[in-house]
Design a protein around this ligand. Structure first.
Ligand code: ADP
Ligand code: MG
Length: 259
């Protein structure tokens, strides 16, 4: 059975796209068939995380009836299927985001997981992402504005009858002015199922257009995201560090193939 999960959180910049791309990649590493879909039609950047930002066909083309679904799906070397949105402002005209659920409907049955990268705010894009999903994964940072915005998303998702899996707290720096796990749980009313640290490898990975779980698989953020994937799969997390020699070889290949 396909699980359709919208990764969303109200506030912009909390790490929704980072979690979507890396959770998709970690699930694929565990043998799952996964597609990541950018539902952020006005300011998309999921394609950048996977290096398919210049894709000739996108979600915009499908929604405008200009391309077929299969022509707009790209396969990342890590096995994740990616349905990017167009980064061109010209493509915004004539796009009806409320048809998103038709796309997830036609993808159902073909994948184990459909991960929707949700838009910020509570506008049409965000609402369409939530409506197209069965389950919601909330992403927040450990600060009051992020949690306040996450709470609004939670209330909306509840009203739409969606199952909220839990909360991912991202960009934790371990400072005493940050909200604790217990505080986030108390404020949101849902369990915190992952605590992802602030990690410079995330930015390095985005720069190299490769998810951090592949770019730097032993990094603190990558390990926590793999743990999150295990919790979604209901399997125990066993820390298997990728040997250093392999990582150096991988770096060399990437350097040789860089554009
Ligand atoms: P959103 O999709 O919620 O707008 P993004 O995933 O685009 O957020 O992340 C915003 C920025 O935060 C990105 O530039 C990314 O480099 C950075 N970022 C996200 N998560 C982390 C992390 N755990 N550690 C360090 N930087 C992070
Ligand atoms: Mg985003």
């Amino acid at each position: 059975m396909t699980r359709v999960i919208c990764v969303i959180g109200g506030k912009g910049g909390v790490g929704k796209t980072t979690i979507t791309s890396n959770l998709a990649s970690a699930l694929a590493d565990f043998g799952q068939k996964v597609i990541a879909v950018d539902t952020n039609l006005t300011t998309p950047n999921l394609g950048l995380h996977f290096g398919v930002h210049l894709a000739p066909f996108t979600l915009h083309d499908i929604l405008k009836g200009k391309s077929k679904l299969k022509d707009s799906i790209y396969i990342h070397p890590n096995g994740v299927n990616v349905l990017p949105a167009s980064m061109s402002i010209d493509d915004l005209e004539g796009v009806d985001v409320s048809r998103l659920h038709e796309i997830t409907f036609s993808l159902k049955g073909k994948y184990d997981f459909i991960l929707l990268d949700g838009a910020a705010g509570l506008g049409r894009e965000a609402v369409s992402g939530i409506m197209a999903a069965d389950e919601i994964l909330i992403v927040t940072n450990p600060d009051l504005p992020s949690v306040a915005d996450a709470l609004k998303t939670i209330k909306l998702a509840e009203r739409l009858g969606k199952k909220i899996i839990g909360v991912v707290v991202n960009r934790i720096r371990g400072k005493d002015y940050e909200l604790t796990k217990e505080e986030v749980e108390e404020m949101t009313g849902y369990p915190v199922i992952a605590m992802i640290p602030e990690d410079k490898n995330v930015s390095k990975a985005i720069f190299s257009k490769t998810p951090v779980v592949n770019y730097s698989p032993n990094s603190p953020a990558a390990l926590e995201i793999k743990k999150l994937a295990c919790s979604l799969l209901g399997i125990p997390f066993v820390e298997r560090r990728v040997p250093r020699g392999f990582l150096l070889f991988d770096k060399l290949i990437r350097w040789a193939l860089r554009k």
